[in-house]
Write a protein that binds this ligand. Structure first.
Ligand code: ADP
Ligand code: MG
Length: 149
């Protein structure tokens, strides 16, 4: 597990870009945290690094977006799902076909999602500061000297 602090949206995007370098199709990355914590910002940074030129925004009116980067990418936002029903899962399954999948608000689907390659948790700190906790796929992320874990 790696804990980093980000002091700006750009820094959060850069951390995500580093993580993205380790990802391959078939990988799922869950990104959790309160509203405004930076989940979409993080995913935007990862998508850019993976060659996505399209605008990366929260999929507000659909459950997911697809992007073509160097590999196919899916971006799911499960915020509006209160439970994960069979038909919901049937809608979601195609997003996992040969893609790298980023999932905002993954909690509702944790029992049904494939095992994530990485779990990212973002927490709001003072001002623009965010705590970024990454579990799994942390090889390319810089370890703070003070916490050798
Ligand atoms: P979420 O998807 O978690 O609701 P967003 O990424 O959509 O969050 O929004 C995060 C907001 O916080 C953006 O307006 C972004 O510019 C701002 N922000 C400020 N500082 C940071 C930071 N260090 N990391 C990420 N976002 C930040
Ligand atoms: Mg969002």
């Amino acid at each position: 597990m790696v804990e980093l602090t980000s002091a700006s949206p750009e820094e959060t995007e850069r951390i995500a870009a580093d993580l993205a370098g380790e990802l391959v199709p078939g990988d799922v990355v869950t990104v959790s945290g309160d509203l405004g914590a930076g989940k979409t910002t993080f995913i935007r940074g990862a998508c850019r690094a993976l060659g996505v030129a399209a605008l990366v925004t929260s999929p507000t009116y659909t459950i997911g977006n697809r992007y073509e980067g160097r590999v196919p990418i899916s971006h799911l936002d499960l915020y509006r799902l209160e439970v994960m029903s069979e038909p919901d899962w049937a809608d979601l399954e195609p997003y996992f076909d040969g893609t790298i999948v980023f999932v905002e608000w993954p909690e509702v689907a944790e029992a049904i999602l494939p095992d994530p390659r990485a779990r990212v948790r973002l927490r709001l700190l003072e001002g623009e500061n965010r705590l970024v906790v990454v579990e799994g796929a942390t090889k390319s992320l810089q370890m703070p000297a003070s916490s050798p874990c």
